[in-house]
Structures are given as structure tokens and as C-alpha cells.
Design a protein around this ligand. Structure first.
Ligand SMILES: NC(=O)C1=CN([C@@H]2O[C@H](COP(=O)(O)OP(=O)(O)OC[C@H]3O[C@@H](n4cnc5c(N)ncnc54)[C@H](OP(=O)(O)O)[C@@H]3O)[C@@H](O)[C@H]2O)C=CC1
Ligand SMILES: O=C(O)CCC(=O)C(=O)O
Length: 447
């Protein structure tokens, strides 16, 4: 007979094996709280030490990235790829270029990706990578030289059936193009080794929009399930990158009113709701001109609050779409006091555990990122499928597929997270994501 697994014992071991990795501990604890009771009811997972194996990455690589800046100085950064779990498909997950990147951050992201990719219903394993390189303020040429040097190290670890990276914070269409160009030059192969590519060379329609659109669809499903609608609701969105901009766009299309966006310098407030024409200006400022949101006060009627987060503004719904731990307990209390009904995470782990606890305590519907932002990686998997069959699906087809996938993810969360008529989307996402990967690992035996 086996004793029950306890959260305390499991987490003690994990922290000892992975010291100084607070983000990784946070992500694992959130999953362990949901799945340990499930594992104890299903001893086959306990006997095979599935959770212990799932929390140990398959492989981690770290490498030097040397490159030359525009002044001719030699610059050195560190590159990484964490290949977390390939039980249900090739490693799949983004690359992040940001000074905050370290092993703890990439392990939390790779671990989360395991559950997210499982939830998509598509055959993709989990990985994450990146560098502590800061793209802000760099010229196009510097970005190109960095990406080429990064790929010169990374290319031997990736491949269309091995590991397929994509974008994340600081890695968008420009960086993916430089990375793909260098991979092609090194290997003489034109293959589906990155997703988020431009349309001219194998990219998929809707991939740019997918994470943000998917998050708005998830919120819509969650509201409908509880007898409400998104139309007419006031919304706070944080961030103004890929995820935030397209989350805002889909909210507007669904009839919601987006009051805010933000960046690392502060929050933009449009009290009557951002209109699509204004959103197009914001996209140009952030994506093409790479400027701060504050410049918008000169372009249309809006307010800008330097150094402030959006969460103190009264609204019905919240969509944190910037970065991890951007919404804490105080922010969650303010949202609750202002009557917020639901929170759906576009970013990965943007809400602290204390904030999530507050949502649950105050009856606010809460969708974790691994469920709500899975639309991006799902369309990445569809990009891989299109590349394999050398076809391109239409925008309508892809958006319909994305919408269906988000609905299926929602329904899996309900199936595994509903107790006494209430849905705990954290438990639902964790248990549903766990089962598929765990069953594949059991089938492989001890590997
Ligand atoms: N891209 C994708 O397909 C997916 C992304 N995600 C997650 O979504 C989040 C956003 O990614 P993405 O939109 O791609 O990244 P981008 O680089 O396109 O945008 C990031 C945005 O977040 C803001 N930001 C970053 N750090 C901070 C901070 N510390 N405080 C306040 N604002 C901050 C940035 O501001 P500034 O402009 O000032 O830098 C920018 O507006 C991340 O958590 C990512 O892991 C999840 C699933 C898929
Ligand atoms: O599209 C992908 O492969 C990566 C998406 C991603 O990094 C994420 O879901 O966090």
C-alpha cells in the first residue's frame, strides 16, 4: 500500500531540488493543490510518481550568445531552452527576450505550458526558452545580429518533430523572421521549426490575433455558463503587446467596452471605451513605432497615469495580459470592491496566489492563463498542421477552429472543476491538463 501524497511533503522535496526558483515553486504549488487530491483517488499516478516526473524538465540547455552592437562593442547574453515534456507531442512553447528571464521564470513557463498544451486537445508537448537580452532601445540591425547568434546555438536542439519554438514577450514577427532566416541558412531546410512566422513563408492567418481573441472567447464562455453576457460590460485590459491588443479587439467586436490598456510606464484610460479606430492607432504606436503609451494623449482624447496599474478603475471584467504577478492581493480586493464579476488571464500567471484566493473568496469567476490564453499555442499547432500538408486555411476556418477549441477547453474545465454548481476553473484546468499527459507517461513505462 502507498501512503497518500501530501502537498507539504511534495513541495518540500521540490523546493529542495530547485532552490532559488520562486516562480517555478509558485506554478507547481498551484497545480499540486489541484491534482494531489485527484492523484490520491487514482493511485496508479502515485505509484508511478507521475507528478514528481512531470515537475522535472526532460532537458534544459543554456548557452552563451555573443553579438556585436552598433558601436562595435561585443555584448554577451545567456540563452536557454527548457524542454519540459514531450509525452503528447514535440516540445512547443515560446521564446522570451527580457532582462528578467532566468531559469526560474522559464521553468514556470515550461511547466504551465505542459498543462496548457494538453488542454488544447492538439498533439503538442511543452517547452519554453529565451534570453536575458533586452530588445528595448536596440536597432533593427542589433536585433538581427542577436537573433542570428541565438539561433546559431539553438538550432541543434530544435526541429519540426523535436521542438518548435514561437514568440512570447519581446519576440514578435520581426524576431521570428530573423530566427527562421538563420535556421534556414544553417540547416538548408525549409521546415516548420518555428510558429508565428510571417504569411509569406509559412505563417498562419489568425496566429497574431489568437491568444488575445482566445482569451476574450474564454471569458465569453465563462460568462455564458454563469448566465451572463459580455455585451455592454466595462473591461480593464493590462499590457499593450500582442496578447493585450487582440484581446481588446475581440472584446470590442463582442460588444464589450475596453477602458484601459497599459505598458511598463503606466496606464491608458479611455473612459467611454476604446474604439476600433483608436485601437488601430495604439497598435501602430506600440507594434511599429515601438513608443510608450503616454504619447497617445496627443493623438486622441484619453488619460495617461504614469506608473499606475489598471486595477483601481471600476469595471465589470478584468483581463491581465502583461506579465507574471502583475495583479496582487490589494489589486484583487480593489476589483472586488468595485463589483468586478470575472477575471480571465491573457498573460501567464499574472495573478499572485493571494489575488486568486481573493477572487475565489469574493465569488469572482477566475480563469487561469493555462486555459484562457491557450488559443495562441493552439493556432501555432494549426500552423504546424498547415505546414505539414503544405496548405493554408482561410481566416474564417481558422477563427472557427480557434473558437471551438476555446469552448472545448472551457468545457473540460467545467467537467473537472464543477462542485455544487460552482466551477473552480483552476482545478478544472489542472486536472484535465494532467490526465492526458499522465496517461501518456504511464503508457510509456518508466522513462
Ligand atoms: N504571445 C503569445 O502568443 C502568448 C503570450 N502569452 C503571455 O502573455 C503575456 C504577454 O505576452 P505578449 O503580449 O506576447 O508580449 P509583448 O512583448 O508583445 O507585450 C508585453 C506587454 O506587457 C507589458 N509589460 C511587460 N512587463 C511588464 C511589467 N513588468 N509591468 C507592466 N507591463 C509590462 C509590456 O510593456 P512595454 O511595452 O512597456 O514593454 C507590453 O505592453 C506574457 O505573460 C506571455 O507569456 C501567453 C500565451 C501566448
Ligand atoms: O505558440 C506557441 O508555441 C507559444 C505560445 C506560448 O508561449 C504560450 O502559450 O505561453
Amino acid at each position: 500500500m502507498y501512503d497518500d501524497l501530501t502537498l507539504e511533503h511534495f513541495m518540500d522535496g521540490l523546493v529542495k531540488r530547485n532552490p532559488y526558483e520562486p516562480e517555478f515553486h509558485q506554478a507547481v504549488k498551484e497545480v499540486a493543490e489541484s491534482v494531489i487530491p485527484f492523484i490520491n483517488k487514482n493511485p496508479k499516478y502515485k505509484q508511478a510518481h507521475i507528478l514528481e516526473r512531470m515537475t522535472e524538465p526532460d532537458k534544459v540547455v543554456s548557452f552563451r550568445v555573443s553579438w556585436e552592437d552598433d558601436e562595435g562593442n561585443i555584448r554577451i547574453n545567456r540563452g536557454y531552452r527548457v524542454q519540459f515534456n514531450n509525452s503528447i507531442g514535440p516540445y512547443k512553447g515560446g521564446l522570451r527576450f527580457d532582462p528578467s528571464v532566468n531559469m526560474s521564470v522559464l521553468k514556470f513557463l515550461g511547466f504551465e505550458q505542459t498543462f496548457k498544451n494538453s488542454l488544447t486537445t492538439l498533439p503538442i508537448g511543452a517547452g519554453k526558452g529565451g534570453s536575458d537580452f533586452n530588445p528595448k532601445g536596440k536597432s533593427d540591425r542589433e536585433i538581427m545580429r542577436f537573433c542570428q547568434s541565438f539561433m546559431t546555438q539553438l538550432y541543434q536542439h530544435i526541429g519540426p518533430n523535436m521542438d518548435v519554438p514561437a514568440g512570447d514577450i519581446g519576440v514578435g514577427a520581426r524576431e521570428i523572421s530573423y530566427l527562421f532566416g538563420q535556421y534556414k541558412r544553417l540547416t538548408h531546410q525549409f521546415e516548420s521549426v518555428l510558429t508565428g512566422k510571417s504569411l509569406e513563408f509559412g505563417g498562419s492567418l489568425i496566429r497574431t490575433e489568437a491568444t488575445g481573441y482566445g482569451n476574450a472567447y474564454f471569458m465569453q464562455s465563462m460568462l455564458i455558463h454563469s448566465g451572463q453576457i459580455i455585451e455592454g460590460k466595462t473591461c480593464l485590459v493590462s499590457g499593450s503587446g500582442n496578447v493585450a491588443l487582440y484581446c481588446a479587439e475581440k472584446i470590442i467586436q463582442l460588444g464589450g467596452k475596453v477602458l484601459t490598456l497599459s505598458d511598463s510606464s503606466g496606464t491608458l484610460l479611455v473612459p467611454n471605451g476604446i474604439e476600433q479606430t483608436q485601437l488601430d492607432i495604439i497598435k501602430d504606436i506600440k507594434t511599429n513605432k515601438r513608443q510608450r503609451l503616454g504619447v497617445l494623449t496627443e493623438l486622441f482624447e484619453c488619460e495617461f497615469y504614469e506608473g499606475k496599474k489598471p486595477w483601481s478603475i471600476k469595471a465589470d471584467l478584468a483581463f491581465p495580459c502583461a506579465t507574471q504577478n502583475e495583479l496582487d492581493e490589494d489589486d484583487a480586493s480593489l476589483l472586488a470592491e468595485h463589483g468586478c464579476l470575472a477575471v480571465s488571464e491573457g498573460a501567464n500567471m499574472p495573478c499572485t496566489p493571494e489575488a486568486v484566493h481573493t477572487f475565489h473568496e469574493r465569488g469572482i469567476l477566475y480563469a487561469p492563463g493555462k486555459a484562457a490564453n491557450a488559443g495562441g499555442v493552439a493556432v501555432s499547432a494549426l500552423e504546424m498542421s498547415q505546414n505539414s500538408i503544405r496548405m493554408s486555411w482561410s481566416e474564417n476556418e481558422l477563427e472557427q477552429k480557434l473558437h471551438n477549441i476555446m469552448q472545448q477547453i472551457h468545457d473540460q474545465c467545467v467537467k473537472y472543476g464543477e462542485h455544487d454548481g460552482k466551477v473552480n476553473y483552476v482545478d478544472g484546468a489542472n486536472i484535465a491538463g494532467f490526465i492526458k499527459v499522465a496517461d501518456a507517461m504511464l503508457a510509456y513505462g518508466v522513462v
